[in-house]
Structure formats: C-alpha cells, structure tokens
Design a protein around this ligand. Structure first.
Ligand code: C5P
Length: 243
C-alpha cells in the first residue's frame, strides 16, 4: 500500500494505575488496541498497518491484529517497542516497506478517533507535495509537509513559576494537538535519524529537522486515555455511540 499507519501501543500505562500495558486495558469490554485497529481496517484505501507493542506481548498482539483484521487484506506487522515513545515510533518506521509514501503515527490510547480523522490527515499529507510548500516557498530540506490534527485551547492558560502566576498566555495563538500525525515517510525517517533531543510528538521531531507542519481540524473523540477519568469518559462515549 502507498499509505501506512504506525500504531504505538508499547506504553506502560502507569498513570492509569491498572498495572498492565495501557493498550491492553478494556474500554467497555473491548481492548483499547482492538478498538483503535478496528477503525483502521474500515479505511477505504488499502493501508499498511504496523503495531508497536510491549516486547512481552508480541504473540498476544499478533493474535489480536489477526482477529480484528479478519478479511481485510494488506501488510501488517507487529514489532517490539522501545524505552520511550520516540524509540517505539522509530521501531515502527523501520519495518515499513519503502513503497509507502504517506505514514500516519497514531497513539493506541486515542482509541476512539473516528475514521474521518485518519482520512483528513492522509488527504492533507497527499496535498502537501515534496519540493514546494503550500505557500509557494521552496522546501529546501526536502522533508515535505507534516500534518497534525488540532483543536483550540478552551481553558485560560497561565504561565507559572512554582505556584506564582506570572502571566496569561494568549490562547488564540495556541492549539492542542492529537494523533494521527501524518508525514511523507522518507521525510519522517530522516527527521527521526537527525533527532538529537526527545520531542513529545512526531511533528516536534519533524519540525526540529526543518520540516513544515500544518494543522487540520481535530476531533474531540480523539482524546488520549491517560487517567481513570479519561477511561470513564471513553466508556460513556461508547455507550452513547451504541444508543
Ligand atoms: O504515555 P503516553 O500516553 O504519552 O503514550 C502515548 C502513546 O505512546 C501510547 O499509545 C503508548 O502506548 C505509546 N508509547 C509507546 N512506547 C513507549 C511509551 C509510549 O509505544 N515506550
């Protein structure tokens, strides 16, 4: 397939306090990873899927991918993750066939992200051609254009020093970003190879290497399950979708 999604699912889930890898926590009876994968296998175009899993759960993860994929054909792979998200993403990128042009990196923990968000990001990556940026400037580094789904920040945001508030940040210039984040594969691989310091997302790595990143609309349902409260919110949303 010319397009691929790398699902990172190797995190420990410490903040959920459940004592198991987060992607293997059930959300209303179905594992987070299974829910995330189910959406991918409904995408209209053939899409290569790579799952980055905890090293001690590879077999379980392979069985899960096979069960969810069912008759959906296409290249899938399950590879062991690394010590941090950065290393896990690199492990996933490493096994992608070179024929892949656009790759999306997605957090398994954002397991209720709708298919429309994947399609929106793929479409934006495809329209940002390598060699020229959308605003006509030359793409000197040849990395291409990266895409992140973003939502406006709704809270008032303060800058603090310890517990002392030192100012209010202009939130009109801020967005919160989600996944999947999309890139030309060759550009993202180069950006990861060049990365010198850890970034908290793929767009950060891409931008640090000189790449241009643009936003598309995010979706509230693409929130990341981090805490127990998030898990409850996800279960409520599943119940709502079923009703
Ligand atoms: O910990 P956090 O919620 O930021 O993790 C975001 C995503 O990155 C999760 O889907 C998690 O499984 C993944 N991750 C990973 N390997 C790590 C750490 C996090 O695949 N070592």
């Amino acid at each position: 397939a010319a397009r691929a999604v790398v699902v990172v699912a190797a995190g420990s889930g410490t903040r959920l306090g459940i004592g198991t890898a987060k992607a293997f926590v059930p959300v209303a009876g179905e594992l987070m990873l299974a829910r995330a994968l189910r959406t991918l296998f409904t995408l209209a175009e053939p899409t290569t899927v790579v799952v980055v899993a905890p090293a001690d759960r590879l077999d379980e993860c392979r069985a899960l991918v096979a069960a969810v994929a069912g008759a959906a054909v296409g290249y899938t792979a399950v590879v062991p993750g690394g010590a941090d998200r950065h290393a896990s993403v690199q492990a996933g990128l490493a096994v992608l066939p070179d024929s892949v042009q656009a790759v999306l990196v997605h957090d398994a923990a954002r397991c209720l992200t709708p298919a429309s968000q994947f399609e929106r990001v793929f479409a934006a990556v495809a329209s940002g051609s390598v060699g020229a940026l959308p605003d006509g400037r030359a793409d000197a580094d040849g990395l291409g254009v990266g895409v992140v789904p973003a939502l406006p920040v709704v809270d008032t945001v303060k800058r603090v020093e310890g517990d002392r508030v030192v100012g209010t940040v202009d939130r009109s210039a801020l967005v919160g970003v989600q996944t999947p984040q999309g890139f030309p594969l060759a550009g993202l691989r180069r950006a990861y190879a060049l990365a010198e310091q850890a970034e908290t997302d793929d767009a950060g790595v891409f931008q640090a290497a000189g790449g241009t990143v643009r936003t598309v609309a995010g979706d509230a349902d693409a929130f990341k399950i981090t805490t127990r409260w998030d898990l409850g919110r996800a279960e409520a949303l599943v119940a709502e979708r079923a009703a």
